[in-house]
Design a protein around this ligand. Structure first.
Ligand code: DQA
Length: 148
C-alpha cells in the first residue's frame, strides 16, 4: 500500500481556534481524521505531520522524495502556511526532491491580503488547491490517488 504525506506548516496546529472566520472551526485532529478516511477510501496509507519549523518541513520533503523514488509514496499534500509566501528553501527542497506535490490552502489566498498572492511553492507544485476549506485536503488526496 502506497503512502500519502500530508504536511502542515506553521500555525496549523492552532486550527479550530485560529481565526475561525477564515479557517473554520475544525481542528487539525479533525483534518487528520478526514485525511485518514479519504486515504482508506483510495487504498492509500496516511502519513500526517505538522511542524512550525521550516527545516523540519524541508527534511520531511526530502524524505518524501526518497520514498517516492523508492516507489512507496504517491506524493505530498503541503499546506506550508505563511512559508508559502516567504520560503525559497521550501521551493528548492520540492524541486530538489523531485516529489509530486499538491500545494494546499484552506482559504482562498488570492481573495486575501496582497502579501498572500505570491507563492514560492506554486512553480514547483503539480497542482494548487485553495479556498475549499478543510475539505480541500480530501480533494487533494483524491487528486494524488489518481496519479498513483
Ligand atoms: C494558509 C494561507 C496562508 O496565507 C496562511 O499564512 C496560513 C494558512 C491557508 O491554509 O489558507 O497559515 O496556507
Amino acid at each position: 500500500m502506497k503512502t500519502v504525506l500530508v504536511l502542515n506548516g506553521p500555525n496549523l496546529n492552532l486550527l479550530g481556534t485560529r481565526e475561525p472566520a477564515v479557517y473554520g472551526s475544525q481542528t487539525l485532529a479533525d483534518v487528520e481524521a478526514l485525511c485518514a478516511k479519504t486515504c482508506a477510501a483510495h487504498g492509500l496509507q496516511l502519513d500526517f505531520r505538522q511542524s512550525n519549523h521550516e527545516g523540519v518541513l524541508i527534511d520531511a520533503i526530502q524524505e518524501a522524495g526518497r520514498a517516492q523514488a523508492a516507489g512507496t509514496l504517491v506524493g505530498v499534500v503541503l499546506n506550508a502556511g505563511a512559508y508559502t509566501h516567504t520560503s525559497v528553501a521550501l521551493h528548492d527542497a520540492i524541486k530538489g526532491a523531485g516529489v509530486s506535490l499538491i500545494e494546499l490552502h484552506i482559504s482562498n489566498v488570492h481573495a486575501r491580503e496582497a502579501f498572500r498572492h505570491h507563492s514560492y511553492i506554486s512553480p514547483v507544485a503539480k497542482a494548487v488547491m485553495a479556498g475549499f476549506g478543510v475539505k480541500g485536503y480530501a480533494l487533494a488526496i483524491a487528486g494524488l490517488a489518481d496519479l498513483a
